[in-house]
Design a binder for this molecule. Structure first.
Ligand code: GLA
Length: 386
């Protein structure tokens, strides 16, 4: 159920429309209108009867479609250098696919982005056992993470911004995590088409938290082939090597002289087959870069992704200390995306702004502990160009 009590269902007009416009005078097209109120349509129904909605919003040349299920970014369209639009994120057409087989396409991740070794950690002298769902480890919040819950969605317009507030409350003990975690994520499209994600959470018991967004990018258009010719830069001199289960060893290794050096933009494919043991283990890149800037009070630019053919560019700014760059290694040609084409290994990539994986078990990593009375607050901004 939406939290928005001001919802106005446009009576007669809505009856024959798939989409329902919100607020007086808003457009009724399912695509939303530039700068106008977000528009809602029914997307699908879960086995338990819960209706899943898709929200469409548009601003500054960016078109975004978001599901109430998992806060999934199902589609994000931006123009190329000739003004031609493409959907640049991997996703499905059908809610059943999201439920049954999504590798976190476009989803919000919680309570803990990436892995916690053996799903165990100790906080204030107390040991916790989390849901284990990736071999012996806990990945992306456990068996039923934030990506698999239906969020309450509340649309807004504010000045020249358009957006959605998404709310989810995780009960004490869910997936083994202590404390009731009240979570609010705000997606905003700004007037230059930038997509901003603000995360907020509070707890009633000491806990750990690390929220992120698991969008799979392909700036040439989803389903159009490999991302190996995309150029990537990451402002990080160090990364966190992992054991074979992709749990950080605790070392902060230098990228200099290794395939992990993205300090100057280079095509992703250039060194992806270099045979570095860390890459062999991960089947490509699936690592956390320790951003040079560390934790910052305000979002700072940390990475740029560019598709030279279309000219489309994504710039990421964050206040978080880490960036997980995952080169779509587990995509294996068995999933069919929104454009009707299958996704093969390396057909999309993730750039997840975050705290370091397994931080609760590494005293030398920035802390992910959240205590009652404090508010977890982080922001990541995606800016597009061509
Ligand atoms: C993250 C992880 C990867 C993989 C994907 C989802 O990026 O680091 O190892 O689990 O999510 O497939």
């Amino acid at each position: 159920m939406e939290l928005n009590r001001r919802t106005v269902i446009a009576g007669a007009a809505s009856a024959g429309l798939a989409a329902t416009a919100y607020g007086a005078g808003s457009a009724s097209a399912a695509t939303g209108s530039p700068g106008g109120r977000p528009v809602r349509e029914h997307f699908g129904t879960l086995a338990d009867g819960t209706r899943v909605y898709r929200w469409s919003l548009e601003n500054g040349g960016t078109r975004l479609k978001v599901l109430s299920y998992g806060g999934v970014v199902q589609s994000l369209e931006i123009p190329d250098r000739h003004g031609r639009y493409a959907n640049v994120v991997a996703g499905f057409d059908d809610i059943a696919d999201y439920v049954a087989k999504s590798p976190y396409f476009g989803a919000l991740i919680g309570r803990y982005g990436n892995r916690i070794g053996k799903g165990r950690f100790t906080l204030d002298g107390k040991a916790y056992q989390l849901s284990v769902n990736d071999g012996v480890n806990s990945l992306h919040g456990g068996a039923k993470g934030f990506d698999k819950h239906v969020w309450d969605v509340e649309p807004f317009t504010r000045g020249s911004d358009v957006g959605l507030h998404l709310h989810y409350t995780s009960v004490d003990g869910e997936m083994g995590y202590p404390g009731t975690l009240r979570t609010k994520v705000t997606y905003t499209l700004g007037r230059h088409g930038e997509w901003r994600v603000d995360y907020e959470a509070t707890t009633d018991k000491a806990t750990v938290v690390n929220l992120t967004s698991h969008v799979y990018w392909n700036l040439a258009g989803e389903g159009s082939g490999t991302i190996e010719d995309h150029e990537l830069s990451i402002a990080a001199a160090r990364y966190t090597p992992t054991d074979p289960g992709l749990i950080p060893t605790g070392e902060l290794a230098r990228v200099a002289g290794t395939p992990f050096d993205f300090r100057h933009a280079k095509p992703i494919g250039r060194d992806i087959r270099a045979g570095h043991e860390q890459q062999v283990q991960a089947k490509g890149y699936d690592h956390n870069w320790a951003l040079d800037k560390g934790v910052t009070a305000k979002p700072e630019h940390i990475a740029t992704l560019r598709d030279p053919r279309s000219g489309r560019t994504l710039r990421i700014a964050t206040d978080q200390p880490g960036l997980q760059f995952y080169s779509g290694n587990f995509l294996d040609g068995t999933l069919t995306g929104t454009g009707g084409r299958t996704y093969r290994q390396g057909d999309a990539l993730c750039l997840e702004t975050q705290h370091f994986p397994d931080s609760p078990n590494h005293a030398n990593f920035p802390s992910t502990v959240l205590r009652p009375g404090r508010t977890y607050r982080t922001t990541t901004i995606h800016t597009f160009g061509a």
